[in-house]
Structure formats: C-alpha cells, structure tokens
Write a protein that binds this ligand. Structure first.
Ligand code: ATP
Length: 301
C-alpha cells in the first residue's frame, strides 16, 4: 500500500453537457518519506493534481487515498503551499502562522503556541520579520512565511505547488536548501510541482512529467539516482545530473512539439462572414455633423 495514491483519477470542469477533461487516467503512488516532483507546462493541470491530493477537489472518477483511506476533504496531515503565498494580508507573519496552528492544534496552551510559532518563523529565517504584514515583505519573504505556515501544521505530507516560482535565482537556491533540510531532518513526504528541470533533479527522488492538456496524464517517470546531500556547486559536472537534465528536457520539448502538432493539425471550418459595409452614403446628414477625430485640434467656432 502506497502512502499517498491517485488511482485512475480524472478531473473535469464545467457543466455535464460541456465538460473539459483536464486530467485523465492519473496514477501516482508516493511512498512515505519520498520526494516526488511533478513537472509540466503552464495550464496542463499541475495545480489541479495538488487540489486532488489535498482533498480540496474531488476527482470526477477514480480515488485519492492516503495510507489506504479515501481522501474526502482537506486535512492537517496534508499541508498545501500555494504558489501565490495566500497569506492573510491583514495579519502579521506571526499571526498568520498562529491562526494556522490554532486551527490544527486547538488545545495548545499559549506558551506552546508561541514556542511553535517562533520555531517555524526562525526555521525559515524570518525571526526579524515576525511582526510585519505581508505587504511589508519581499516576494521571497512571503514565500518563506507561507512555507513556515504550512510546516507549522506539522503535516505528514507537504504538497508544494510551485513554491519557489516567484523568486530570483539566489533566494530560490536558498529556499531549495531550506526545504531539503526540513525534508531530510524531519523526514516528511513531499510532492512538489515545478516547471524547472534543474530544481527537480536537484531536489527529487523521482520526477514525473505531466503531458499537455486537455486530458493530461502522468508520463513515464525519471528516477534520480544521485547520492544526498546533493552539492549544487559540483552538480553541473555530475554525469548523472547532466544525463537526466538532458533526457527530461528533450522529453518535455517533444511533448510540447507533439501538442503543437495536434493543435495545428485540426482544421476547423469557419463560416464565411464578411463585415457589414458602414461607409456613409454621400450627402447623409451624419457626415455633416461628423465629430472631430481624436487627435485633430478643434477649430474655433
Ligand atoms: N475550478 C476550475 N474550473 C474550471 N476550470 C478550471 C478550474 N481549475 C482549473 N481549471 C482549468 O484546468 C486547467 C488546468 O489548470 P491548473 O491550474 O491545474 O494548471 P497548471 O498546470 O497548474 O497551470 P499553471 O502552471 O499556469 O499554474 C486550466 O485550463 C484551467 O483553466
């Protein structure tokens, strides 16, 4: 039995008469303590997979299971971090985390609550910014606050939906290291969405591409057989890193090409519609009262 599974899942949106099938035949088995990365193009359905895993969205067909139990709703065992931070703007960093912790652990005493908040805020190096509101933080700090909030729920599974997408390269590397650190010390299970092949190879045990939508499905997986901790300084010279990066990139480019071919090979006949002729008939009263064209100076009357 896998720790977290998607069993023949499909997801469709829209009314029954006109549904768009975004995901089809999705099968995914994630083992406990594994780090799985899903990569795919924009709009393919990556966030929809996260919504299914977290229980925010019910599959149209198939089943989502965690430890063998069917997932029917979101739960504190699955912590979802969205790509757009989703912090409450009127609350400080500390209070954003406090709200999450209080919801997940309502019986915590004040001292324990404060200790937990401090622990996670420090873990993402935001100790100095705990009393700031989201608009007073940089994008990277918001991502970190959002990560701290997700971690503070102490979930068994971390569902990270493009958690680093809005960051500059340096901050991104820093947060990648922090996530890896947390994963290695606390031994969580992680499913991370990314569109960055380098990031996926650096961080994951397995990388699974999502094909282009509609009816996107998970393609063959790439296993990352590289020792940990992975040293980003020497990674570029690692033969396995280079091989994987090149194979995955070629695979994704092929997916993109096939999808373009599909979309251009479909010829849709269009009705022969011609624009109506609105040329004014000469002598028409409308011409006499013609308004001034934008940009032409109005003449003095
Ligand atoms: N609630 C919804 N109702 C209708 N359509 C939806 C809904 N959620 C997602 N979709 C559609 O499903 C498709 C996949 O969306 P999704 O957000 O999962 O893609 P994505 O791969 O995460 O994209 P991106 O990388 O740009 O965030 C899109 O065409 C989107 O418009």
């Amino acid at each position: 039995m896998a720790f977290l599974e998607l069993d023949n899942v499909s997801a469709a949106f829209g009314p029954a008469t006109n549904q768009t099938v975004v995901l089809k035949d999705i099968n995914l088995s994630v083992e406990e303590n594994e780090f799985v990365a899903i990569i795919g193009f924009s709009g393919a359905g990556k966030s929809t997979i996260m919504s299914l895993l977290s229980g925010l969205l019910a599959p149209t067909t198939g089943e989502v299971r965690m430890k063998g139990e069917v997932v029917k709703e979101p739960g504190p065992d699955r912590g979802l971090m969205f790509q757009n931070y989703s912090l409450l703007p009127w609350l400080t960093v500390n209070d954003n985390i406090k709200l999450a912790v209080k919801t997940a652990f309502p019986k915590l005493r004040k001292a324990e609550l404060d200790e937990k908040i401090e622990h996670y805020v420090k873990m993402v190096k935001l100790g100095h910014a705990g009393e700031r509101r989201p608009h007073e933080l940089s994008g990277g700090m918001r991502q970190r606050a959002s990560l701290a909030r997700t971690l503070s729920l102490d979930p068994e599974v971390l569902l990270l939906d493009e958690p680093l997408s809005a960051l500059d390269a340096l901050t991104r590397s820093e947060l990648q290291d922090q996530i890896l650190n947390i994963w290695e010390t606390d031994r969580r299970t992680v499913v991370m969405i990314t569109n960055d092949v380098d990031e996926a190879v650096l961080m994951a045990d397995r990388i699974i591409p999502l094909t282009m939508g509609p009816e996107a499905t998970l393609a063959k997986e790439f296993v990352v057989n590289m020792e940990r901790p992975r040293d980003r300084q020497t990674l570029n010279d690692h033969p396995e890193y280079m091989r994987l990066k090149s194979e995955i990139t070629s695979f994704m480019m092929q997916l993109n090409k096939e999808s373009k071919e599909l979309s251009t090979s479909a010829v849709i006949p269009m009705p022969d519609v011609r624009p109506k002729d609105f040329t004014p008939i000469s002598g028409s009263p409308r011409l006499k009262n013609k308004p001034a064209q934008p940009g032409t100076p109005r003449s003095a009357a």
